[in-house]
Design a protein around this ligand. Structure first.
Ligand SMILES: [Zn+2]
Length: 412
C-alpha cells in the first residue's frame, strides 16, 4: 500500500506531490534527471476544508520525500514508516493544542530547520493548523521561509490561503485539496470493513468529511449526539425553548471536552509534578504511565521560574485545549445544523440533489411545508454566521453566541 492510498479523491494532488517527490529524489540522490514537470520547493501550503485530509496529504508527502524506494512513497520502507508513525528523527510536527500557535514553538521549529537531516534525505517541518499562528509566530517563521536550508522543507496546513499571512502565503506553493464525494468516502469505510449501508449513511451525513464519517460509522455516541443536534430546529417554538436548546448544545460540547481532556490533564499534571520532584501523589497512579508533557519549553520554564511557574503554564495550556475541544464540538454541531436547513431548502426548491441527512426526511419535509425558502435561507445563513463568529472571536462566550443563534432560528 503506497502512502498516497490515504488520500481520497485527490488524484491531481497525488500526481503533483508524487512528481515533486520524484524530482526531489532525483536531485538529492543519484543526480540523474527525472522525466517530470513537477519541481521541488522548500515551502508548501496544503489547503482544503475540514475533512479533506490536509495533514494526511502533507504527511504522505513527507514520507515520500524520505522514502528509500522508487517511485517514492512505497509506504513500506523505514523512511516511509517512521514518518507515518511520527517517529522519524528528521520530522518535526507541530500542532497547536490550544487556540493558537505561539512564537516559542515556531522558534524551536526554525532552529531545527537550520540543521541538515540526520538519516533521511529531507528535514521536514510539518505545521498543522498554520491558520492558528499568531502574527508574531508567523513573522518568526517567515525568516526561515525566505532563506530555507538546503535540505529542509516546510509543510503548512490551513483551511484556505486567506487563513495565513500574505507574506507567508507568497513563499509557499499551494496544494488545494477538495472534499471527496460521499461515494468515495463510503468506499473507503467499506474497505475498512464497515457495513456498506452504515458506511453510505455516515459518508452522506458527514458530507465528505472522512474523519467525521468514520466517527459516525464506528461510534454510537457520535450518532446519538448528531440525532440530538438535528432535533433542535423542530423544538424552537418559544423563547424558552430556544434558550433550553442552546443550553443543551453547549452542555453536550462541555461534556465532550471533559471526556476528551480530564484524564489526560490529570495525568499530565501528575507527570510534570513527578519530573519536577514536587507533590507527586500515589505510586502506580496513571501518571507513571502517562507521557510527560512536551519537554523542551517546560524544562526551560522550570529553571527560569521554578516548579510553580511550570505548573501554571501547563494549566494555561490545558485550559486553552479544553476551550478548543468545546469549540470543535460546537462547530461539528453547527455543520450538522447547516446541512439540515440546506436539506429543507432543497425540498422547497425541488432541487435534484441528494439529502445530506437522508434519515431526517419526515422532519425536513414538515419544516419545508411550514416555512418559506426565504425563511430557510435566513436560518441557514444565521447558522453559518455564528459558526464564523465562534471561529473568529476567541473571546466570545459560546453559550451567548448559541443562544443568539437559536433565537434567530425560532419558528414560533
Ligand atoms: Zn518508502
Amino acid at each position: 500500500m503506497s502512502v498516497w492510498d490515504a488520500l481520497i479523491g485527490q488524484e491531481p494532488v497525488i500526481e503533483a506531490l508524487a512528481g515533486a517527490a520524484s524530482t526531489a529524489a532525483g536531485v538529492t540522490g543519484s543526480g540523474g534527471l527525472v522525466a517530470t514537470r513537477a519541481t521541488m520547493t522548500h515551502s508548501w501550503l496544503f489547503t482544503g476544508p475540514a475533512g479533506a485530509g490536509r495533514s494526511t496529504a502533507a504527511r504522505a508527502f513527507a514520507a515520500a520525500l524520505n522514502c528509500e524506494n522508487s517511485p517514492p512513497g512505497c509506504g513500506g520502507c523505514h523512511g516511509c514508516h517512521t514518518v507515518l508513525t511520527d517517529t522519524a528523527s528528521d520530522l518535526r510536527s507541530v500542532r497547536p493544542e490550544g487556540l493558537s500557535l505561539g512564537v516559542k514553538d515556531i522558534r524551536e521549529l526554525v532552529r531545527d530547520a537550520a540543521s541538515a537531516p540526520t538519516s533521511g534525505r529531507w528535514r521536514v517541518l510539518l505545521l498543522e493548523d498554520a491558520d492558528r499562528l499568531t502574527d508574531q509566530a508567523a513573522n518568526a517563521l517567515l525568516k526561515a521561509l525566505e532563506e530555507p536550508a538546503k535540505r529542509s522543507v516546510f509543510l503548512l496546513c490551513a483551511p484556505s490561503v486567506d487563513d495565513v499571512l500574505p507574506t507567508v502565503r507568497s513563499r509557499c506553493r499551494v496544494v488545494s485539496l477538495c472534499l471527496p464525494t460521499p461515494t468515495q468516502v463510503a468506499a473507503v469505510l467499506g474497505r475498512d470493513g464497515i457495513d456498506p449501508a452504515l458506511a453510505q449513511f455516515a459518508a452522506q451525513a458527514a458530507a465528505g468529511d472522512v474523519d467525521r464519517a468514520r466517527s459516525l460509522a464506528t461510534d454510537e455516541a457520535a450518532r446519538d449526539r448528531r440525532t440530538e443536534v438535528l432535533r433542535i430546529p423542530t423544538r424552537l417554538q418559544r423563547t424558552g425553548d430556544c434558550l433550553d436548546a442552546a443550553a443543551d448544545l453547549v452542555a453536550a460540547a462541555n461534556a465532550d471536552a471533559d471526556a476528551a481532556n480530564t484524564n489526560r490533564d490529570e495525568a499530565e499534571t501528575e507527570a510534570l509534578k513527578i519530573s519536577l520532584g514536587v507533590g507527586a501523589t500515589s505510586a502506580g497512579s496513571t501518571a507513571k504511565r502517562a507521557r510527560a508533557p512536551k519537554p523542551g519549553a517546560k524544562t526551560r520554564a522550570v529553571t527560569v521560574r521554578g516548579a510553580a511557574g511550570a505548573l501554571k503554564e501547563l494549566a494555561k495550556t490545558q485550559k486553552s485545549r479544553g476551550r478548543r475541544t468545546v469549540l470543535d464540538s460546537l462547530d461539528r454541531a453547527l455543520v450538522d445544523l447547516a446541512g439540515w436547513y440546506r436539506d429543507v431548502l432543497v425540498v422547497q426548491l425541488g432541487a435534484p440533489v441528494d439529502a445530506i441527512h437522508p434519515d431526517q426526511g419526515d422532519a425536513v419535509t414538515r419544516a419545508a411545508r411550514a416555512s418559506t425558502p426565504e425563511q430557510t435561507l435566513h436560518r441557514l445563513e444565521a447558522v453559518l454566521k455564528y459558526r464564523r463568529k465562534l471561529a473568529d472571536n476567541p473571546a466570545l462566550v459560546p453559550l451567548l453566541a448559541i443562544e443568539a443563534l437559536t433565537l434567530e432560528l425560532r419558528t414560533g
